[in-house]
Design a binder for this molecule. Structure first.
Ligand SMILES: Nc1ncnc2c1ncn2[C@@H]1O[C@H](COP(=O)(O)OP(=O)(O)OP(=O)(O)O)[C@@H](O)[C@H]1O
Length: 230
């Protein structure tokens, strides 16, 4: 269980509160208007932002003061965070060891996960020599390899075409089901939420609300969400 207990954070004159729980292995969309605090919520779970008050717990353990790299969390952002001077395999290998001193078995795992996302034979290419969609696959391969219990996705596929996005979501679905990964996915696309995340955390008016079933929420959205969804 991921518990956000009475979290409160301030950024300039913006404040966000969150008091909610997400069962281990479940998935939730994070939906709300631009500037409502979606990335802020993820940053508190990932440990990039420290709350002014409240606790973050994972399976009962208090991780509020745990450094980002030591949390049971991996994050996939839209901008992919690939290092331009490193090959696809090296960018993925960073998910295992930041110093890239991989042993034979770890190198084999990198090759396997790259093949899994359809990049066999492209291991030695640098990001500049990969298409946008292939770069997304490299970034996805890196978070898959880390295989942390919590996966935070901040509009990871917003820049992809529809077919590629469907393919990425399929890979994520398969992987997170196999690994019982707990997933929070920021999305602006109601169709993604309907397809991938049975529950949704709505963020508005400075609060992240407890997850509710996605379909009824989107079928009958409250006024603020209705305006936002258009
Ligand atoms: N470093 C910062 N310093 C001050 N205010 C910030 C900072 N980062 C974000 N904010 C403010 O915090 C609020 C929430 O930002 P956040 O990025 O979490 O929103 P969001 O819902 O992810 O938005 P979007 O959908 O546009 O990406 C915004 O009002 C933003 O201006």
């Amino acid at each position: 269980m991921l518990d956000l207990e009475n979290l409160h954070v301030t950024r300039g004159n913006f404040t966000l509160q969150a008091n909610l729980s997400l069962p281990a292995g479940s998935r939730a969309a994070v939906i709300g208007p631009s500037g409502s605090g979606k990335s802020t919520l993820l940053a508190m779970i990932a440990g990039f932002l420290h709350p002014d008050q409240g606790r973050v717990r994972w399976n009962g353990e208090d991780i509020t003061n745990t450094a980002p790299g030591k949390r049971p969390v991996s994050v996939l952002f839209q901008d992919q965070n690939l290092f331009p001077h490193l090959s696809a395999a090296q960018n993925v290998g960073l998910g295992l060891r930041p110093d890239l001193r991989l042993n034979h078995a770890q190198k084999a795992r990198v090759g396997q996960v790259l093949a899994h996302v359809g990049l066999e034979g492209m291991e030695n290419r640098k990001p500049a020599n990969l298409s946008g969609g292939q770069q997304s696959r490299v970034a996805l391969a890196r978070v898959l390899l880390r295989a942390r219990p919590i996966l935070l996705l901040d509009e990871p596929f917003a820049a992809l075409g529809p077919a590629l996005k469907v393919e990425m979501l399929r890979l994520l679905d398969q992987f997170t089901t196999e690994n019982n990964t707990t997933v929070l996915m920021v999305t602006h696309d109601p169709d993604d939420a309907r397809a991938f995340t049975p529950s949704t955390i709505l963020i508005e008016h400075g609060a992240a609300h407890p997850p509710v079933p996605t379909e009824p929420l989107l079928d009958n959205p409250p006024p603020g969400l209705r305006a936002y969804l258009g």
